[in-house]
Write a protein that binds this ligand. Structure first.
Ligand SMILES: [Zn+2]
Length: 509
C-alpha cells in the first residue's frame, strides 16, 4: 500500500518540497503536493502546517528500565506528605491482590510539612501490598512494615559496610535503608518482573520513544530483556527498530550461541557486549586524571586485563564491544585496549576526554556515543568536581573537527529521551548562560540533527535510514510546526504529531 504524507515542509529539502510518497516501507518520491498527488491512488495523511523530520535514533538507552519507570508509582512531584500518601494509596488500589508496590522519586525535602518518611507513615496507604519506594537520589529507600518483616530486619540487624538501616530513638528500624544496606537486606526480596511484565514495560517504552519521533534505538539491559525483545519481534509487536546489547554476565551465553553484532531482522538485531571501564561523575567513581574534591580519582570497574580478555572472546564470534567510559582516564584506557583491533565496537558516554584521546578515537574510527542532554544535569557537578577537566567535558566540536564518528544517546530513563533536548544542549551547551558547559564545544543545529538521525543510525546498524531521500527506509516523524530559524529551546517545545517506521504510522497524537 502507498501513502502520501503532506506537510508544509521537509527538513533539509527544497522550499517547495512538502510531501512524501512511501511504498513497501521505503521513501518512493519527495516533492510538491500538487505534483505528487496527480494520479495518486493511495491514502493521504495531511498534516497541514506540520514538518517532516528524519526519524531520530537514540543510540544509548535502557528500554526496560524506561518502561518500568513509566509504570511505577511516580512520587516526583509530591509537595507534601499528604500528597505522597494519596499517590501511594491511589496506586495501591489499582494493583492485583498480592502484587508488589514499587515507587520512586520521592523527596521529603520538598514536602511543605515536617513529616519524616517512615514505614509507620506509609503502612496504611500501601493497602496490604508489600512496598519499596526509591528516593529521588537513588541511594535511599523506604519500605513498609509488611515488606520489612519479609526481609527479616529487626532492631538487632546490623548495618552493612557502606550502608545503614534507619532507626528511631528506641532502636526500632523505621523502614529507611541507605545504600548497600538496601542491597543486602531488601533488594533481593523484590520479585523480579515476569515475562509478561517485561513485555509490557518494553511496549510502554516503545510507545514513549515513538511519541518523541524516535524510530530506532539501541538498548542496554539484561539477558531476559534481550530474549523478550527477540520474542516480541517474532510476534510482530515491536514497533520501534531495536538494537539490543548483551550484558557482561551473559558473555558465555553469547559465545555458545555465536551472537554476532548486526544479526537479526530489520526490526530487531544484536548489538554489542557491554562492559564498564569506570563509574559516574555523580558518585565520584568516574576515572579521572585530576582528583575530586575529596582527593579520590574514581574507580576502575573492569581492569585493563579483564577488558582485553573479554574483548578477545567477543571478537572471536563477531560480537562487538560497547564500553562505558566517563572519566578522561577511563576513555584513555578504553582506546588503548581497543587499539587497532577494534571491530564494531563503541565507546559509551565519552563525557571527558583529553585532545590526544579525541584524536585517537578519530584515527581508530571507533564511534563514540555521547549524552548531550545530560549537560544541564551535570553542570553543577562539573564545576565542583572537575574544575580542571571542565574544558574537556562533552567535547562535541572537537570530536567533529577531528573527524570522529559521533552518535547521541539519552541514557533514558536517566533523563527523558526527547531528542529535541539533546539538539538544544548540543547547540547551546546549557539552558541558561549560567549553567553552560564549555560553550566553545557547541555545534551547529543542522549538524546536531544529522548526528541524532543519520549518524546515530549508522552506528547502531540496521536498514539504511536517517535521511529523507528516495530509497531510504520510510522512518520519519512529523512535528506540529516548522522549526527552521527558531531558538533551539523553543524547538524543544514543539510537539510531535506522528511517527512512521517502515512507512507505517506507528504513533499518532
Ligand atoms: Zn546507560
Amino acid at each position: 500500500m502507498s501513502v502520501l504524507v503532506k506537510t508544509s515542509h521537509i527538513w533539509g529539502k527544497e522550499v517547495t518540497d512538502n510531501s512524501i510518497i512511501v511504498e513497501n516501507g521505503k521513501i518512493k518520491r519527495i516533492g510538491f503536493y500538487g505534483d505528487l498527488s496527480k494520479d495518486f491512488m493511495g491514502e493521504i495523511h495531511d498534516y497541514e502546517k506540520g514538518m517532516v523530520i528524519p526519524g531520530f535514533c537514540d543510540a544509548h538507552l535502557h528500554m526496560t528500565w524506561l518502561g518500568q519507570t513509566l509504570t511505577l508509582c511516580d512520587l516526583r512531584e509530591c509537595k507534601s506528605s499528604a500528597e505522597f500518601l494519596d499517590k501511594i494509596r491511589a496506586y495501591a488500589k489499582k494493583l492485583a491482590p498480592g502484587e508488589f508496590l514499587r515507587g520512586f522519586g520521592w523527596d521529603d525535602r520538598a514536602w511543605s510539612d515536617n513529616e519524616k518518611p517512615t514505614r509507620w507513615l506509609i503502612d496504611d496507604a500501601t493497602c496490604g501490598h508489600k512496598c519499596s519506594l526509591t528516593k529521588v537520589d537513588g541511594h535511599s529507600f523506604l519500605i513498609n512494615s509488611e515488606f520489612m518483616m519479609e526481609c527479616g530486619v529487626t532492631g538487632e540487624t546490623t548495618d552493612t559496610p557502606g550502608g545503614r538501616i534507619g532507626k528511631n530513638q528506641d532502636g526500632e528500624p523505621d523502614g529507611m535503608f541507605y545504600d548497600s544496606a538496601f542491597d543486602e537486606y531488601a533488594r533481593k526480596k523484590i520479585p523480579s518482573p515476569t515475562t509478561d511484565q517485561l513485555e509490557s514495560f518494553l511496549l510502554k517504552a516503545a510507545e514513549h520513544l515513538l511519541s518523541y519521533g524516535i524510530t530506532s534505538c539501541r538498548t542496554f539491559g539484561t539477558l531476559d530483556d534481550f530474549v523478550t525483545l527477540a520474542h516480541m519481534d517474532r510476534k510482530g509487536i515491536l514497533k520501534i527498530r531495536t538494537c539490543a546489547c548483551i550484558p557482561e554476565n551473559a558473555l558465555a551465553w553469547a559465545v555458545d550461541l555465536s551472537a554476532k553484532t548486526g544479526t537479526g531482522s530489520e526490526m530487531f538485531w544484536t548489538g554489542q557486549l557491554k562492559l564498564f571501564a569506570d563509574g559516574s561523575l555523580g558518585s565520584k567513581t568516574a576515572l579521572v586524571s585530576e582528583p575530586y574534591s575529596d582527593g579520590t580519582k574514581g574507580i576502575e570497574v573492569t581492569t585493563i586485563r579483564e577488558m582485553k580478555e573479554k574483548i578477545t572472546m567477543a571478537h572471536q564470534i563477531g560480537l562487538g564491544v560497547a564500553i562505558h567510559a566517563i572519566g578522561d582516564e577511563a576513555v584513555k584506557n578504553v582506546l588503548n585496549v581497543f587499539g587497532e583491533s577494534s571491530d564494531q565496537d563503541t565507546i559509551e558516554h565519552f563525557q571527558c576526554a583529553k585532545p590526544q584521546s579525541i584524536a585517537l578515537a578519530a584515527k581508530l574510527g571507533i564511534p563514540v556515543v555521547v549524552n548531550p542532554s545530560h549537560m544541564p544535569l551535570d553542570a553543577e557537578a562539573i564545576k565542583v568536581e572537575w574544575p580542571k577537566l571542565a574544558q574537556n567535558s562533552y567535547p562535541l566540536a572537537s570530536l567533529i573537527k577531528a573527524g570522529a564518528i559521533v552518535g547521541f544517546g539519552s541514557d533514558a530513563p536517566v533523563v527523558d529521551p526527547n531528542p529535541l533536548t539533546a539538539l538544544a544542549c548540543a547547540t547551546t551547551r546549557g539552558r541558561t548562560v549560567y549553567d553552560q558547559i564549555n560553550p566553545q564545544e557547541a555545534i551547529s543545529f543542522s549538524r546536531a540533527i544529522r548526528i541524532a538521525t543519520k549518524e546515530s543510525s549508522a552506528i547502531i546498524g540496521g536498514p539504511e535510514r536517517g535521511l529523507i531521500e528516495e530509497g531510504q527506509a520510510a522512518d520519519f516523524a512529523v512535528l506540529l510546526d516548522d522549526i527552521r530559524g527558531k531558538d533551539p529551546w523553543d524547538v524543544e517545545k514543539v510537539p510531535f504529531v506522528a511517527t512512521y517506521v517502515a512507512g507505517e504510522r506507528v504513533w499518532k497524537k
